[in-house]
Design a protein around this ligand. Structure first.
Ligand code: NAI
Ligand code: MG
Length: 355
């Protein structure tokens, strides 16, 4: 009998809705080949929902999501609703309630895509960024005082816990051990003198359990430069919430377009649903034109298959994306002329074309 998987689907705003719809059809096709039967649980939670109800999601939204096995998200955010409302009203509560403490973002230059960098001969871009996803710089600790006066000030505290840093480091070290045995740790312990030396210490203590992995610390500024100058040197990169956020937009840029880059918000123990989404946002500048690149969402769906324990299905989906790209079917962000639907159709055709 087919495996039943309940997936909560939150298309969100703007191009989020445009890239989600075809992705579900593609997942259904992959699922049919691998004995997976998807039951979609659709949620219209979005900035539009906020404008109507004053909330990004209903009060019992998290309880509804808890019944799902996995969550697929498009993107949220729209002009008129402040970005901190869309982020703190939906994304961040989901990441925290479900202990999705790892944000995994592959940075891989797919065949058929021209790299915007002038790479040294023989360079391959293929690495993983592990972003700590539950604490760090994105904290609610702090406040503002003396509003509107010349004495006004704002304080925001970063929160780094031993448990939080260690589990992110361990996840990254495990990955590195299973790949090329190299871990780059993003730090800034020269300027940020409490939290970042602590980060370094915990990463290196954890690494003692992994004699086969070479760990190198990079200050975040120098690391950003190396992403551009020598991206081929990286295998796995581990970073705090903010550093990882910034690095992965840069990572998405060097693989050709932010429209391709995927991410998984993982609860590695599988005690709670994990959430898969493209790195990009709702792109109000191109929303409604039918030209959004669906590959970021489709690649995120492949990460979901992998997390569900279907690596073969996941790999097939990535191969279908690669074949689509090398076949020249591309959206305008990659220099092509294809629409969202045409790219998605091409991927759908490729799924299963090997038999
Ligand atoms: P964005 O990622 O939406 O757009 C940045 C640029 O990349 C735009 O020029 C856009 O047209 C282009 N782009 C993005 N995705 C694309 C795709 N699939 N195909 C082709 N081109 C694509 O980032 P921006 O403009 O900073 O944010 C827009 C809204 O999205 C904001 O409200 C922001 O808060 C929200 N956002 C939401 C995220 C999420 O839901 N996880 C993540 C990032 C931003
Ligand atoms: Mg970001």
């Amino acid at each position: 009998m087919d495996e039943q998987v309940r997936v909560a689907v939150i298309p969100g705003d703007g191009i989020g809705t445009e890239v989600m719809e075809p992705t579900l059809g593609i997942l259904e096709a992959v699922g049919r080949r691998h004995g997976i039967d998807f039951a979609w649980q659709h949620h219209d939670w979005s900035c539009e929902h906020y404008t109507r109800t004053g909330r990004m999601m209903p009060e019992d939204g998290l309880e509804q999501l808890a019944e799902a096995d996995q969550i697929l998200l498009g993107a949220v955010g729209y002009p008129g609703v402040p970005d901190h409302v869309s982020l703190w009203g939906l994304l961040i509560p989901i990441r925290r309630a479900f202990k999705q403490y790892i944000n995994l973002r592959p940075v891989r230059l797919l065949p058929g895509i021209e790299c915007p960098l002038r790479l040294k001969e023989g360079t391959e871009i293929d690495f993983l960024v592990v972003r700590e996803n539950n604490e760090g710089e994105y904290s609610e600790v702090g406040g503002r005082m003396y509003r509107g006066t010349p004495d006004e000030f704002a304080v925001q505290e970063s929160v780094f816990t031993r448990r939080g840093v260690e589990r992110a480091a361990r996840y990254a070290l495990d990955l590195a051990a299973s790949r090329r045995g190299s871990l780059a740790s993003a730090t800034k312990s020269n300027g940020i003198i409490h939290t970042m030396p602590f980060w370094d210490e915990v990463v290196h203590e954890t690494a003692k359990d992994y004699p086969g992995v070479e760990v190198r610390d990079y200050h975040i500024d120098a690391l950003s430069a190396q992403f551009v100058l020598d991206p081929g040197r990286f295998d796995v990169v581990v970073a705090s919430n903010l550093f990882g956020d910034i690095l992965t937009d840069l990572g998405a840029a060097i693989i050709g377009s932010i429209g391709i880059a995927p991410s998984g918000n993982l609860n590695p123990e599988g005690e709670h649903p994990s959430m898969f989404e493209p790195v990009h946002g709702s792109a109000p500048d191109i929303a409604g034109q039918g030209i959004a690149n669906p590959l970021g969402q489709i690649w995120a769906a492949s990460m979901m298959l992998d997390h569900m324990g279907h690596p073969q299905a996941a790999a097939e989906l990535v191969s279908a994306m690669e074949a689509t790209l090398t076949g020249g079917v591309r959206t305008p962000d990659l220099g092509g002329t294809a629409s969202t639907t045409e790219v998605a159709e091409a991927v759908l055709q490729q799924v299963g074309s090997d038999d």
